[in-house]
Design a protein around this ligand. Structure first.
Ligand code: GDP
Length: 201
């Protein structure tokens, strides 16, 4: 694994856009429903066990958590969505915050969208895709927990999601991913390298 990902470290958290690090350099955001395997995926992609523990600490789950790749590149863990008991008011607040970040953050150059391979393209995922399309942001979809399906059904899910997104106006990639089996890591790194303009090492 490239050392640049191994050396990713926690930077800061933000409850509002104006608390985020200065809007310069390049940023890739990770989005997904809660329990989609987002924290595990970020840890796996960075070859670290507890990098995203901070995103899971009480009081931080609804924040944007920023991780430093180097002085001009960052990864951002967006708040997981989908806790059953969250009120409508909180949901609306959350949506506004998320839309604000996705639409207004200039340094944002791509979104990795995580979905459980067994339950892809929920309403939440559609919202995310719509916001990204509005802004013309490329999206890379990870169908997570791919180890939960056998190879054939797993490939079918990838194809099904690809087919559904055929008409999608922006750049969108789809792949299977498993933190447990360490499947699909190189493919994601290639996308991150491209978006973050990491050319050599
Ligand atoms: P988050 O809420 O989206 O950050 O999801 P987590 O990374 O905390 O994972 C949610 C649950 O799914 C945990 O119980 C993980 O152990 C499990 N999980 C995450 N990734 C995988 C995976 O690749 N395979 C399997 N089988 N389980 C996973």
């Amino acid at each position: 694994m490239k050392t640049i990902y191994r050396s990713v470290s926690y930077l800061t958290s933000a409850a509002k856009l104006n608390q985020a690090p200065e809007d310069q350099g390049l940023e890739v955001a990770f989005a997904g429903r809660s329990n989609s395997g987002k924290s595990s995926a970020i840890n796996t992609l960075c070859g670290q066990n507890s990098l995203t523990r901070v995103s899971k600490t009480p009081g931080r789950t609804q924040l944007l958590n920023f991780f430093r790749v180097d002085h001009e590149r960052r990864l951002v863990d967006l708040p997981g969505y989908g806790y059953a008991r969250v009120s409508e008011a909180i949901k609306e607040q959350w949506q506004a915050f998320m839309a604000d970040y996705l639409v207004r953050r200039n340094c944002l150059c791509g979104v990795v969208l995580l979905m459980d391979i067994r339950h892809p393209l929920t309403d939440y995922d559609q919202n995310m895709l719509d916001w990204c399309a509005e802004r013309g942001l490329p999206v890379h979809i990870l169908l997570t927990k791919a180890d939960k399906l056998k190879r054939g059904p797993g490939l079918n899910q990838v194809r099904k999601v690809q087919k559904t997104l055929e008409e999608w106006p922006g750049e969108v990639g789809v792949q299977a991913f498993s933190s447990l089996k360490r499947q699909g890591i190189d493919e994601v790194h290639q996308v991150l390298d491209r978006w973050l303009q990491i050319y050599s090492e």
